[in-house]
Design a protein around this ligand. Structure first.
Ligand code: HEC
Length: 253
């Protein structure tokens, strides 16, 4: 076990350097956030079976790329924002909810940007709380899509039967190697789970700060001197395809 803790310590410090110190946000209150969300419900649906309405479905929105809900007709500026690689994190959601139009103008660097969403959430506490509430809705990953694309999957909101259901805030690792191996998942901030996984099993550890990320690792067994480790993003499970020690493993993404 010592080797494992050492290995994780090393990767964790890399992790901290790599991810830096994101802008600090006060942790929101989920129950208060649910009340705030009533204002959003005029236009947005969330949770199991939710459909697009005036606005797109918000299930799994935290950690998702902007403007990617299927069959929703986004405005032009939102589609441009998607092309810039905008992902809905706590920070970007905070900016968006403060003033959607202003936010798009800022990130697209043009005074012409427009948003189909006119609604603004002026109070910081309301924004923090509603974001905390949004984070409680999980991202579902389509099993079919996973097979078809050779496991290069993207998380899709609220569709079909999921292979694994991952909270947008979880650090996860899935064993696709066909072998039984020892896995580790560690969230930034220290929480860690170590577990032996058979083929197709997975392991998750909750991550409180979505932008922080974590580490996952794999070893032959508890006595193994060397294994593989990898930085992981919350809500985006890492998938081991083949095991090879000395950090020569093959991962799906
Ligand atoms: C009056 C209707 C309306 C209200 C109220 C509203 N929205 Fe929206 N929302 C929209 C529309 C329309 C869009 C699509 C914007 C576009 O394409 O320009 C949108 C887009 C979004 C997106 C981007 C989604 C994606 O798939 O990229 C998020 C996130 C979002 N809204 C969150 C919220 C939250 C949280 C609230 C409540 C605090 C809220 N909205 C209230 C209409 C609304």
């Amino acid at each position: 076990m010592n080797v494992i803790s050492q290995n994780i310590k090393v990767s964790l410090s890399i992790c901290i350097i790599a991810l830096g110190m994101g802008e600090a946000h006060a942790a929101g209150d989920i129950e208060k956030g649910e009340k705030v969300f009533k204002k959003c419900m005029t236009c947005h649906k969330i949770g199991e079976g939710a459909k697009n309405a005036i606005g797109p479905v918000l299930t799994g929105v935290v950690g998702r790329k902007a403007a990617t809900v299927p069959d929703y007709s986004y405005g032009k500026s939102m589609r441009q924002a998607r092309e810039t690689g905008l992902v809905w994190s706590e920070e970007s959601l905070d900016g968006w909810l403060t003033n959607p139009k202003k936010y798009l103008r800022k990130i697209l660097d043009t005074r012409k940007a427009k948003s189909k969403m006119k609604f603004k959430l002026k109070k910081q506490a309301d924004r923090d709380n509603v974001i905390a509430y949004l984070k409680t809705f999980s991202v579902e990953i389509k099993k079919d899509a996973m097979k078809k694309d050779g496991m290069q999957t993207e998380a899709t909101p609220g569709l079909a039967k999921p292979a694994m259901v991952v909270a947008a805030t979880d650090i996860c690792v899935e064993n696709q190697s066909g072998k039984t191996l020892l896995f580790v998942a560690e969230a930034k901030g220290g929480e860690r789970v170590v577990k032996t996984l058979k083929a197709a099993e997975n392991l998750c550890v909750p991550q409180k700060m979505i932008d922080a990320g974590g580490t996952v690792g794999v070893f032959l067994d508890e006595d193994a001197m060397e294994g593989c480790s990898r930085l992981a993003k919350a809500g985006q499970p890492e998938r081991l395809v083949a095991y090879e020690p000395f950090d020569n493993c093959t991962w799906a993404q």
